[in-house]
Design a binder for this molecule. Structure first.
Ligand code: AMP
Length: 398
């Protein structure tokens, strides 16, 4: 990695500013999934073990006005983190001011402090989200001139708590999570061990045009499944029944098919049903065409075999987007089939690009079989599109 990492820093006795991603789902003050807290532990533990005084910043949800602050405090996160670290986490329910400054002043080597939700600063003029120069400078002034960014999930945004702080310290470094995310995803795209197969699914072509275009340049094969399939089918004049389609993307789909030639691989059959939720009939289509009055809701068995054949021998696989409506057991077979084909490859570097595919791998019990599951849907999509992430760019070169 070309940027400084936390291992390059002298941390002992230093007030270390750290941006983490604690944007966890909360229901009535209870954290319903704490994977993001777990993912930040190695960096926090390392700083603490090295004798640094970790001052943690994170956002939680969106805060536009005073009323939005309700239920968005990081207080429950501090408790959860304290349990995980098995040590006290000083929580300061402020984002600036004397209380926060005094609490930081009282820290000892190895201590951990969590600042209140950075987006509370958005109430008066979106200071956090618009990277207000005064705010970045103020937060930077709370530490000893060093900053660690470990929040991959927000690295595609230029906010005061990542880019703003970085601009006001001498050394801004990547934490372990950010470093891993970049190494796995960027290396897979830019320096893949070949054959490199990209698999893209999910509902909409419009969300993934940039990713498809970039991966067509980089990968040896680009496999498409999920709801996106039917826009590509319709662009070729294939009957799609009532399947999901984006009429305004038919031209782009046609252009992509022409440009890509045999590199772009589409399903050859579907599992179709006569309604999305209240279906009374369900069958395999046998050919590409979906029957009138039916919707394609998963790839069919022939496509699963075809895709498994295309994945065979792959040394790098990047997968983003389920092959069907995987939330419903009737339409999970495609996503499971593709996952099993990926993980069956010996020596494969298998990467899941966040979002719904990560949820599918976790819910369908295959998460531990992949080399890397990204923690940031939006940020990983931007990396796959070949874009530069502002949060990463702002870090100090080695
Ligand atoms: P995305 O957020 O674009 O990755 O899309 C994920 C969603 O796409 C999941 O909720 C799936 O249920 C949905 N999906 C996948 N295949 C289909 C399909 N054939 N028709 C409708 N929705 C689909």
């Amino acid at each position: 990695m070309a940027k400084l990492t936390v291992k390059d820093l002298d941390l002992k006795g230093k007030k270390v500013l750290v941006r983490v991603d604690f944007n966890v789902p909360l229901q009535d003050g209870v954290i319903t999934n704490d994977n993001r807290i777990t993912a930040a532990l190695p960096t926090i533990k390392y700083i603490s073990e090295q004798g640094g005084r970790a001052i943690l910043f994170s956002h939680l949800g969106r805060v536009k006005e005073e009323a939005d602050k309700a239920g968005k405090s990081l207080a429950p996160v501090a408790k959860n983190l304290s349990r995980k670290l098995d040590k006290e986490v000083v929580f300061v329910p402020e984002t600036r001011g004397v209380k926060l400054e005094a609490a930081i002043h009282s820290l000892n080597d190895g201590d951990v402090l969590l600042v209140e939700n950075t987006r509370f600063e958005d109430v008066n003029g979106k200071k956090e989200s618009k990277n207000d120069p005064e705010l970045g400078k103020y937060w930077a002034s709370l530490g000893d001139d060093i900053f660690v960014n470990d929040a991959f999930g927000t690295a595609h945004r230029a906010h005061a708590s990542n880019v703003g702080i970085s601009a006001n310290v001498s050394k801004a470094a990547a934490g372990f999570l950010l470093e891993n995310e970049i190494n796995y995803i960027q290396e897979a795209v830019d320096k893949p061990v070949r054959p490199f197969v990209a698999i893209l699914g999910g509902s909409k072509v419009s969300d993934k045009i940039g990713v498809i275009e970039n991966l067509l340049k980089k990968a040896d094969k680009v496999i498409i499944g999920g709801g996106m399939t039917y826009t590509f089918y319709k662009a070729q004049g294939i009957e799609i029944g009532d399947s999901l389609v984006e009429e305004d993307k038919l031209k782009i789909a046609k252009d992509l098919l022409e440009k890509a030639g045999s590199k772009l691989i589409l399903p050859i059959d579907s599992k179709e049903a006569n309604s999305f939720a209240e279906y009374t009939e369900m069958k395999d289509t046998q050919t590409e065409a979906v029957d009138k009055g039916f919707l394609g809701l998963d790839i069919g068995p022939k496509s699963i075999s075809k895709f498994a054949g295309e994945i065979k021998g792959a040394k790098t696989v990047v997968w983003n987007g389920p092959m069907g409506v995987f939330e419903n057991p009737d339409f999970q077979a495609g996503t499971i089939g593709v996952m099993d084909a990926i993980i069956a490859q010996p020596e494969v570097k298998s990467i899941i690009g966040g979002g719904d595919s990560a949820a599918a791998a976790i819910n369908l019990g295959r998460a531990d079989k992949f080399s890397w599951i990204s923690t940031g849907g939006g940020a990983s999509m931007e990396l796959l599109e070949g874009k530069t992430l502002p949060g990463l760019q702002a870090l100090t070169e080695k």
